[in-house]
Design a protein around this ligand. Structure first.
Ligand SMILES: Cc1cc2nc3c(=O)[nH]c(=O)nc-3n(C[C@H](O)[C@H](O)[C@H](O)COP(=O)(O)O)c2cc1C
Length: 215
């Protein structure tokens, strides 16, 4: 048997996944994401993607029940699986742990009280990661799409884990940037937790109004 290679830990200060591989397998790409996404059971409620989509409903009232680290790990790993322009990953996630900063974020988000949620993730655009030789405008467009899509993946992952969320788009960019200490522009704030009450999904318009068939 060959010598086991130790898995190199590459976590940010203050955030360490609950479970991580101990040995490195050169045959597995993105080993940490793969490990986190496949590790279970951690109370996964729904693994049927379409059922998760059909049931998702925004929540603005969260219970005080804390969210397990294994679930936060999966929510973050899910964001990391999203496609990005050129795979340059033109976005960053700010995981807000400080209760004081969450309160400041409420104010930065037009005083929306539910921003003070059990888990708060700020998705920011980072066009400087997008190394295409295109105009600044295009790179910014890619970065906003990258950040938005990643947040969408996290939102679905939260639902699959029996959690609920609210997507916040109404905020003062400058205020958020000051609170979290970055020069990157936020694209969304995703607030996650256990819902106080489970609600039915909201209605949508008819398909005939949504889909425009071009012959
Ligand atoms: C781009 C965007 C911005 C949003 N901004 C806010 C917001 O600032 N505050 C809020 O309470 N909800 C916000 N929402 C949540 C929407 O109100 C919610 O998704 C919508 O009513 C549909 O309900 P559903 O998510 O339960 O399907 C936002 C959603 C999106 C996609």
């Amino acid at each position: 048997m060959g010598e086991e290679i130790k898995y190199e830990k590459t976590y940010p200060l203050g955030y360490e996944p609950e479970k991580a591989p101990t040995t490195a397998d050169p045959n597995i790409r993105n080993q940490l994401i793969d490990f986190i996404l496949k590790s279970g059971p951690s109370e996964v409620i729904d693994t049927d993607l379409f059922a998760v989509m059909a049931k998702r409903r925004s929540t603005r009232k969260f219970s005080d029940k804390p969210v397990q680290t294994t679930k936060i790990d999966k929510i973050i790993a899910a964001a990391d699986t999203a496609p990005t322009a050129g795979n340059y990953q033109g976005f960053e996630i700010f995981y807000i742990k400080s209760p004081e900063k969450k309160k400041l974020l409420v104010d930065a988000c037009n005083k929306q009280p539910y921003v003070d949620a059990p888990v708060v993730l700020v998705f920011c655009k980072n066009p400087s990661r997008v190394k295409f030789d295109f105009s600044e405008n295009i790179l910014k467009k890619f970065a906003i799409q990258d950040a938005t899509l990643a947040a969408g993946y996290s939102q679905l992952a939260a639902q699959a884990l029996g959690l609920s969320s609210i997507w916040i788009g109404m905020f003062d960019e400058e205020k958020i940037m000051e609170i979290i200490g970055t020069d990157l522009i936020p694209s969304s704030v995703l607030c996650i937790g256990y819902p106080k009450q489970t609600k039915f999904p909201k209605p949508r318009r008819n398909l005939k109004d949504l889909v425009h068939v071009i012959w």
